[in-house]
Design a protein around this ligand. Structure first.
Ligand code: G3H
Ligand code: 13P
Ligand code: ZN
Length: 329
């Protein structure tokens, strides 16, 4: 099947939009995993973990991933995953999602090429500009049944150009107006998470500060039943920090969102939880370990294979014990 000519709808390719996924997640109190991928091993691990745990999944592709691996190749890889699941006779619902789209043109290009969901991230713009851009994307997406995620409030990390402490959190006073004006399907909010492996600065003996559940609760009151998304939700698992540091790496001070906080969020209106960093760290940890234990190894399959297996285990654990999405496909 050629998916480069003219435009192609995700429906022909076997993806689903996020509407049914989120309806069920909201009703049953769990969150759908949104895992990023940039390469084949990550994609294999995500698909295999979600098939084994019978979890729906949102496959996320960022602008950076498109630049790294080539947009067309990534799209065909996701399509390949769908075909592989069909052949195996055990497909789970998969949405193909653009992570942090930064322009109408990028969102349009993804929608025209088989994505079932896009994020338009206008969070760094003034409120009215964010509304305008998000609305433009929604107006193109909805006639095509494509889901749209937007963001209000700014996370640290890749959004670090905004430095004011106050502006990091979503203002609950803004959400109702934003959702009404844009017609968006889900909203990413900022309640203390951030992207990457260094989310909190904690001194030895100190504990990680809790997320701002008070903001989340206030948002839920203003837009009852509306789907909320959490970005920056990797836990930055200590076993992999240790494995990395033990094998020549240097990730001192890395800290993420404790699993308990994510479990609590998943039971609320948070129906999508984004995880990328944890996957990156698993791969790095395993490859470092193998390189230091077997310096003679030079066949990439001998280190990428075990890294992929470990990744699969980590994703299965997220679905089963953190997000609650296992068994919900
Ligand atoms: O939110 C950011 C994701 O982790 C994607 O990161 O832009 O480096 O691919 P990236
Ligand atoms: P992490 O960096 O915490 O994995 O967050 C990923 C993310 O939000 C992707 O959009
Ligand atoms: Zn993000």
């Amino acid at each position: 099947m050629t998916i480069t000519a003219a435009t192609v709808s995700y429906k022909e390719l076997g993806f689903v939009n996020t509407s049914e996924m989120f309806k069920k997640a909201m009703k049953e109190g769990y969150a759908v995993p949104a895992y990023n991928f940039n390469n084949m091993e990550q994609l294999q691990a995500i698909i295999s973990a979600c098939v084994k745990t019978r979890s729906p999944v949102i496959l996320q592709i960022s602008k950076g991933a498109r630049k790294y691996a080539n947009a067309t190749l990534l799209r065909y890889m996701a399509l390949g995953a769908i075909e592989m699941m069909k052949e195996m006779g055990d497909p789970v619902p998969v949405a193909l999602h653009l992570d942090h789209g930064d322009s109408f043109e990028l969102c349009k290009s993804c929608m025209d090429n088989g994505f079932s969901s896009v994020m338009i991230d206008g969070s760094a713009l003034p409120f009215e500009k964010n509304v305008e851009l998000t609305k433009q994307v929604v107006e193109y997406a909805h006639p095509r049944d494509v889901s749209v995620e937007a963001e209000l409030g700014v996370l640290a990390g890749i959004e670090e150009h905004v430095s004011s402490e106050k502006s990091h959190y979503t203002n609950p006073d803004d959400v109702e107006d934003f959702v009404k004006k844009t017609g968006v399907d889900s909203l990413a909010i900022s309640i203390g998470t951030s992207h990457g492996a260094y989310k909190f600065k904690v001194k030895p003996g100190e504990s990680i500060p809790p997320l701002r559940f008070d903001i989340l609760e206030e948002v839920e009151k203003r837009i009852p039943g509306f789907v909320i998304v959490l970005h920056g939700s990797s836990s930055v698992l200590s076993s992999y920090i240790e494995m990395i540091n033990k094998n020549g790496g240097k990730m001192e001070g890395a800290a993420g969102v404790p699993a308990e906080q994510l479990r609590k969020a998943a039971k609320s209106a948070v129906c999508k939880i984004n995880i990328d960093t944890d996957g990156r760290m698993v791969m790095t940890a395993m490859i470092r370990k193998i390189f230091s234990e077997k310096p003679e190894e030079f066949d990439p399959r001998k280190y990428l294979g075990p890294a992929r297996d470990e990744l699969e285990k980590m994703y299965m654990d997220k679905n089963e014990t953190v997000l609650g999405s296992a068994g919900k496909a």
